[in-house]
Structures are given as structure tokens and as C-alpha cells.
Design a binder for this molecule. Structure first.
Ligand code: ADP
Length: 492
């Protein structure tokens, strides 16, 4: 289903375990950093909250308050910073709250600890307690991913005892269903919820307690980051065992495709790339710069980019299967990524075997990513599944033509180029199959070698609009739907 668009504005708290520019491991952080700005520009009173991980430097300390974690009293120190939303001359400040606790969050990494259940139980409870502390009551709490899943359930419980928490609506957005936050059932105690919550109708999930399921079951509205993904996850193939729960919420399940920040991702002003540009011709200097930096010969051959977490989801085994055939063509490939050591080795080996054709950087490097988006001609995203995907959207903005598998948000944002009608903004293939992938690459090469047509395709890509503006309006529609639902329940 798609939400109806809505004109009203709201008081919204966006809760996310990661937010650009403070903490990022994946696309969720980009969403949580960009959506609030777009919502602010639409006139909403929007604020953001995340944990204060090590390295984040807030502007000020607001105060502290107690939070019970199981039987233990912990302290949440509330700190505040901001992100600035800009539209032409207009500027708006979006308050960002940081929940600080030295024990839980002052660590080297964002995730990957033995006590994840406890860390995010603390965070979830602290977020609700923070509202009382600030005496700020949002109309909507917008939760994101498993780390925030308990919040809708806690809210329903807390409102029984304290009317401050009643008639607040919740929206829960799934950015990637694979990461569910499933823990030992005893975790329920940490959340301060009773055993009665451990049933299949509520938070129990195959013998465990699932934070993700709590969000899906208790939120007033549920969304994912593309319409296709919202449909796919209701099937066993993509459902990660959560398909039944999702089907039970099908009426309230929406898909809203992410945007990207068109100010941050702008080839005309981007300081990280070799040369700024506004038309396809301007990519050439960036291509030469990238070839130089990656140790590849400077040549006018098609240059493919790949920027990705190196995990199974991203379809990298398809790349392994086609690599020899691909290298038979006169082309170059540049890879930036980090993740599964197996894939890191695969790309290192490819570089050793084809040093004139393959450039590899293993690691996370935001500046190099921009150079690749600007310098590459084509961008590879043969994902097995892809809730939304940001890489293809950034590529379009930089006039780099995506080659994608038709799944999730890739299917919703990339239209296969048709040389007859000259319609489309990329190349796509349907089956998860190396020959289908290879055939899409061959079609892209044929168009690449027809220079005027290629130029037109690059222009098409650069003219696409996947800014946050439209998605933000859709989220406002969803907020309206969630609020109407809560009020109906209250007046029933
Ligand atoms: P996911 O959230 O599954 O990782 P997305 O395509 O939604 O995938 O978002 C990934 C984001 O992270 C993109 O902005 C991409 O450019 C960036 N990214 C991924 N890997 C790296 C890396 N190694 N270095 C820099 N940026 C990266």
C-alpha cells in the first residue's frame, strides 16, 4: 500500500541507532541524517535521537535522569547537538539528542558486543524517559531498525501508568529485515516487560525475544524503504522468517523509497572529487583522476565502479562468476568495500591477476567513494536483495549508469534502458544468475560505445530526481495515517 499524501505538519522524534554525520555503518545513517532535514523544511518540528558513541562531540549537556535496566538503575546523560537543514537561503536547526552512558556506548565500535540486547534496551527506555525529562511530547515517534523495536511496545505499556505517553503514534521503519535483534527470552526482564509479552502474538520469535518483531507488532504503522521490498518481505524468500508477522500487518505496511541529500551529493559543488561538473563531459577529468589514484592506466575505456559492504546480500558471488569473462573486455573496474574476508580476498586476488584493469581499496572511505561515483562510467549493484539501496541513487546524480538486479528499491528506481525508445536510466536484469548479469553488462557496453546515445543516457541519469523532498512528503502522509489510527483507537 502507499500512504495518502498529507499537508499537515507534525512534531516528530526520529529515533535511530546511527545518524550521519555522527555515526554511520550503513544506509540507515544517511536516511536518519537526511529525512529530518527534509521534514524540517516542510515545516515539521522534528528532532532526532541516537546513542552517544565514542567520538561524538555534542554541543552541550542537558542533564541526566535514571533509567532502569532490569533491576539495575542506570543513568542516562542527555546531551544535545544539531544538524542544519538548508534550502536556498533558508536555514533551520534540527536538534539532535544523544543518550550518553559510559558503560554502554563509550566503546571502540558502534556494534558487535556481547550485550547488544542490554545496550539497546537501555537506549529504548532512555528515549522514552527523555521525553518526560524534556517535557516535549512528539505526536509521532519514528523508530528505525531493530535497535529501536522495543519502543512502540514500551510506549503502549508506559501510557497505562502515565498519560504523558498516551496518544503518541509510532511508525516503525525496517531498513534491512536480516538484522532482527533476536535475543535470549530473559531479555524481557531488561526491558521491564512481563513474561506475558513472550508469546507468538507479541514479541516471542522462534524461542527468542525479537526486537524487530516488537516494532512490527506494536507500531501503529510499519514501513520499509521501497514498495517492492515491502511486498518481497511478505514472502518466504525475502521474509527472513518474519513473513507471517509482516503479512499480519499488511494493511499498515508501506514502502517509501529513500532519497539522497542533493546538497551533499552534488557534482557541481562536491569538494571531494577531482573536478566539479554539471554535464557528462565533466566526468572525464574525474575518470583520469580516479585511474591515477587507483594505479590504473589513464585510458578512455568503460570504467565500472563498485562501492559496497562486502557481504552476501550484495551479489558479489555473481561478480566472481563473471570476472574472467568481464576481464576479456577492454574495460576497468574499481572496487571500494570492506566486510567478509572471503570477498576482500576475492577482490585482492582479482587485482593481482588483472593489475591493469582492476583497482581495489579495502576499507571504508567516504571521500574515495565520491571520487568513484564521479569518475566511473557504470556502477555495479547485482544485489541478491536490496531494501532500497543508495549507491544507485548517488550514481545517477553523478551521471554514472547503474547496472542493477531487479529487486527491492533497485527495481523501483532503475528503469532498464531501451535503445529503441531511448527511455531508461540504467540497465537491469531479473534472475539472480550470472548470464543475466553478463548480458546486462554487454548491453551497457554496446550503448557506451555509441557516444551520442551514451551521452543522452548520462544526461537522463543526471536529470532524475531522487531528492528527499518527495519521500519526506510521503512520510508525512504516513505520520498522518498513524495519528488517525491512534485517535481512532482512543475514541473507540
Ligand atoms: P547498505 O545500507 O546495505 O550498506 P546502501 O546502498 O543503502 O547499502 O548504502 C550504502 C552507503 O554506504 C552508500 O552511501 C555507499 O556509498 C556507502 N558505502 C558502502 N561501503 C562503503 C565504503 N567502503 N566506503 C565508503 N562508503 C561506502
Amino acid at each position: 500500500m502507499q500512504p495518502q499524501e498529507f499537508d499537515e505538519t507534525y512534531r516528530v522524534l526520529i529515533v535511530s541507532p546511527e545518524v550521519v554525520p555522527f555515526a554511520k555503518t550503513g544506509g540507515l545513517a544517511d536516511v536518519a541524517g537526511s529525512l529530518p532535514k527534509a521534514l524540517a523544511m516542510h515545516g515539521n518540528d522534528v528532532r532526532v535521537v541516537l546513542p552517544r558513541y565514542r567520538g561524538i562531540e555534542p554541543e552541550r549537556t542537558v542533564g541526566d535522569f535514571p533509567v532502569m535496566v532490569g533491576d539495575r538503575k542506570e543513568t542516562a546523560i542527555l546531551r544535545e547537538g544539531s544538524i542544519m537543514a538548508r534550502l536556498n537561503e533558508e536555514e533551520k536547526r534540527v536538534p539532535v539528542y544523544f543518550i550518553d552512558n559510559y558503560h554502554y556506548f563509550d566503546r571502540d565500535n558502534i556494534y558487535g558486543y556481547y550485550d547488544e540486547a542490554e545496550r539497546y534496551a537501555f537506549f529504548s527506555k532512555a528515549v522514552l524517559a527523555m521525553l518526560r525529562f524534556l517535557n516535549w511530547r512528539p505526536e509521532i515517534i519514528h523508530c528505525n531498525d531493530w535497535q529501536t523495536g522495543p519502543i512502540p511496545a514500551l510506549l503502549r505499556q508506559w501510557e497505562q501508568a502515565d498519560s504523558f505517553y498516551s496518544d503518541i503514534a509510532t511508525v516503525y521503519t525496517i531498513h534491512n529485515l536480516r538484522y532482527q535483534g533476536n535475543f535470549h527470552p530473559s531479555t524481557i526482564h531488561l526491558l521491564g516487560l512481563g513474561q506475558e509479552y513472550l508469546t507468538p502474538e507479541r514479541m516471542e520469535f522462534y524461542g527468542e525475544l525479537s526486537y524487530m518483531k516488537a516494532g512490527i507488532v506494536y507500531a501503529d504503522m510499519v514501513s520499509t524503504v521501497s514498495r517492492t521490498y515491502s511486498e518481497e518481505i511478505q514472502t518466504p524468500e525475502f521474509g527472513e522468517r518474519m513473513e507471517g508477522v509482516l503479512r499480519s500487518r499488511a494493511e499498515d505496511l508501506y514502502g517509501i523509497v529513500n532519497g539522497i541529500n542533493y546538497h551533499e551529493f552534488n557534482p557541481a559543488t562536491d569538494q571531494r572529487i577531482y573536478q566539479r561538473y554539471t554535464d557528462p563531459e565533466g566526468k572525464r577529468a574525474n575518470k583520469y583522476g580516479l585511474q591515477g589514484e587507483m594505479g590504473l592506466p589513464r585510458k578512455d575505456v568503460p570504467l565500472f565502479g563498485l562501492i559496497s559492504r562486502l557481504v552476501d546480500q550484495k551479489g558479489l558471488d555473481l561478480i566472481a562468476q563473471i570476472s574472467d569473462e568481464l576481464m576479456g573486455h577492454d574495460l576497468q573496474v574499481v572496487v571500494l568495500g570492506t566486510g567478509d574476508p572471503h570477498y576482500e580476498d576475492m577482490f585482492r586476488t582479482l587485482r593481482e591477476r588483472y593489475p591493469d584493469k582492476v583497482g581495489v581499496h579495502i576499507g571504508f572511505n567516504a571521500a574515495l567513494a565520491q571520487k568513484i561515483y564521479a569518475g566511473a562510467d557504470l556502477f555495479l549493484m547485482p544485489s541478491r536483495y536490496e531494501p532500497c539501496g543508495l549507491g544507485q541513487l548517488i550514481s545517477l546524480r553523478y551521471g554514472t549508469i547503474p547496472i542493477v538486479r531487479e529487486t527491492g528499491g533497485l527495481k523501483d528506481t532503475i528503469t532498464d534502458y531501451d535503445p529503441e525508445t531511448r527511455h531508461g536510466n540504467g540497465f537491469s536484469f531479473r534472475d539472480y544468475d550470472s548470464s543475466a548479469f553478463l548480458s546486462a553488462i554487454r548491453r551497457s557496453l554496446a550503448v557506451y560505445h555509441n557516444e551520442p546515445v551514451w551521452r543522452e543516457l548520462v544526461e537522463n541519469a543526471m536529470n532524475c530526481d531522487f531528492s528527499w523532498n518527495r519521500s519526506a512528503t510521503e512520510y508525512m502522509g504516513l505520520y498522518g495515517a498513524a495519528l488517525r489510527k491512534v485517535h481512532r483507537i482512543l475514541t473507540a
